[in-house]
Design a protein around this ligand. Structure first.
Ligand code: CTP
Length: 398
C-alpha cells in the first residue's frame, strides 16, 4: 500500500517565524512520501529562507508573490487553492493567523487560503506572550470556529529564551495531522477504535519487572492506520519507547491488571477492540515493597499467579474483537482455538520465528482467520499495511 500522503497535492504556507527552518524538513518528508508540494512563502519568510531552499527539495516552483510574472498565480491567482487537497501553514505567525481569521487576502498565501475549499491546518509558532495575548487567542478560536485545524503549538524553549507555549509542532506530528485531516471522511469516520499495544510489565520489586519483547510497533501502526481513515482512536499502551502519535489518545499502563481496567472503561463506547498488546500471562503473587537483596542464596523462587485473559473478559454488545496470536509452533491450530476461546471476530496469526515478523521490526506477516472459517494469508508487509488490512476486515464487519 502506498504511503497515505502519496499523490496528495499539499500546499505548504511558510510565514515569517524562525521556526520556518523546520518547514524545510516538512517539505522534504512530504516530497519523499510522494506528495506534490506547492510551497507559498510570505515576504517575511523570505527574510529567513530563500525560495530556492524549498524549490530544491520539492522540485517545484515556489510562490512568493501573486503579481510576479514568473508565478503561476499571476496567470490564475486561485490555481493552488483549487488544486490543493489540503493547505497547511507551518509555521503560522500571529500576524498570518490574524489575517486568516479576518479574511484578508493581501498576499499569495492568504489569497490562496481565502479561495480554497480544501481543509486548512494552521500550526502556530510564536513567542509565548504573543500566543497568550487575548487577541491571538480570539483569532485562534475564530479559526477553530470556521473549521480550521489548529495544530499545536507545543510548549518548550522558545527563540525568545522564554519557556512557554509557542513552539511549532515537530515534523512527525505535522505529518500525523496531515494524514488525519486527509482521512477524516474515511470509512471509519464516526467510529471509535481501541487498540492495545506494547508488552505489560509485572513488578517483582521496585526495580525489577517481568517483561517481554513487544515493542508496541504493531499496535501503534494499527492505531495510526485507523486514525488515517477517520476513526477516533485510543491506544491503551504498556510501556514502549514510541512517541505518542498525533491525534490519538494514549492511555499509559504498566501491568495486565491496569490494562484490563483501562480497556474495560475505554471499550464501553467503542466499535472495535484490537488487542495487539503482549499481555503477561503471569504476575508475581505480590510485589516486594523494597528491593530484594541477593543475600547468600544461590536461587530465588518467585511465586506467580495467572493474569486474567483481558480480551476474553470484555464483552459489549456490538463490540468487534480482534486478537493477535504470536506463535512459535502450530500457528493456525493455536490461533483458531484462541479465536474461539476468547470469542473474537478475527485473529491475526503470526509466526514469530519467521524472518521479518515478530518483535521490534517494522514488518509483519500474518494470516487472518475469521469466525466463518475464512483464511487470508498476507505477504510480508509493513506493520502499517498489516494494520490497514485488519481494518479493512473490521470495517466490513461494522
Ligand atoms: N491476551 C489477553 N489477555 C491475556 C493474554 C492475551 O487479552 N492475559 C490477548 C492478546 O493481546 C492477544 C490474544 O489474547 O490478542 C492472544 O494472546 P497470546 O499471548 O497469543 O495467547 P494467550 O492467551 O496468552 O495463550 P497462550 O499462553 O496459550 O499462548
Amino acid at each position: 500500500m502506498p504511503n497515505p500522503l502519496s499523490n496528495h497535492k499539499i500546499a505548504l504556507g511558510v510565514t515569517g517565524s524562525i521556526a520556518c527552518y523546520k518547514a524545510v524538513d516538512l517539505a522534504s518528508k512530504l516530497t519523499q512520501a510522494g506528495a506534490l508540494v506547492d510551497v507559498i512563502m510570505t515576504h517575511e519568510a523570505c527574510q529567513f529562507l530563500t525560495p530556492l531552499t524549498f524549490q530544491s527539495i520539492t522540485h517545484r516552483p515556489v510562490v512568493t508573490d501573486v503579481f510576479d510574472p514568473q508565478s503561476e498565480l499571476s496567470i490564475d491567482h486561485v490555481a493552488i487553492a483549487e488544486r490543493a487537497d489540503v493547505i497547511i501553514v507551518a509555521p503560522a505567525t500571529a500576524n498570518t493567523i490574524a489575517k486568516i481569521a479576518h479574511g484578508f487576502a493581501d498576499d499569495a498565501l492568504t489569497t490562496t487560503i481565502l479561495a480554497t475549499q480544501a481543509p486548512l491546518i494552521v500550526a502556530p509558532a510564536m513567542d509565548a506572550h504573543m500566543y497568550d495575548n487575548a487577541t491571538t487567542q480570539r483569532n485562534v478560536s475564530m479559526l477553530k470556529d470556521i473549521g480550521c485545524v489548529v495544530a499545536g503549538p507545543a510548549s518548550g524553549r522558545l527563540a525568545s529564551g522564554l519557556i512557554g507555549k509557542g513552539r511549532l509542532l515537530e515534523t512527525p506530528d505535522l505529518l500525523g495531522c496531515l494524514r488525519q485531516t486527509l482521512g477524516r471522511n474515511g470509512d471509519l469516520d464516526g467510529r471509535k477504535i481501541v487498540v492495545s499495544a506494547g508488552g505489560t510489565q509485572e513488578p517483582i520489586d521496585p526495580v525489577r519487572v517481568i517483561a517481554n519483547h513487544s515493542s508496541g510497533k504493531m499496535g501503534y501502526a494499527l492505531a495510526e492506520a485507523a486514525r488515517d481513515r477517520g476513526a477516533s482512536v485510543s491506544i491503551v499502551s504498556a510501556p514502549t519507547a514510541l512517541p505518542n502519535p498525533f491525534g490519538i489518545k494514549v492511555i499509559s499502563v504498566q501491568t495486565a491488571l491496569h490494562m484490563q481496567a483501562a480497556l474495560h472503561a475505554e471499550c464501553a463506547d467503542a466499535d472495535a477492540l484490537i488487542m495487539a498488546a503482549a499481555v503477561a500471562d503471569w504476575r508475581p503473587s505480590s510485589a516486594a515493597e523494597q528491593k530484594v537483596k541477593k543475600g547468600d542464596s544461590d536461587t530465588w523462587e518467585i511465586n506467580l499467579v495467572k493474569n486474567p485473559d483481558i480480551i476474553a473478559g470484555i464483552s459489549y454488545e456490538s463490540l468487534i474483537k480482534v486478537g493477535f496470536a504470536a506463535e512459535s509452533e502450530d500457528l493456525l491450530q493455536n490461533a483458531e482455538s484462541k479465536m474461539l476461546r476468547k470469542s473474537l471476530h478475527l485473529i491475526a496469526a503470526n509466526d514469530i520465528t519467521a524472518e521479518g515478523s515478530g518483535f521490534g521490526v517494522d514488518t509483519n506477516r500474518v494470516i487472518l482467520l475469521d469466525r466463518n472459517g475464512g483464511k487470508e494469508e498476507l505477504p510480508l508487509m509493513s506493520k502499517y499495511d498489516v494494520g490497514s488490512a485488519i481494518l479493512d476486515r473490521v470495517s466490513g464487519l461494522m
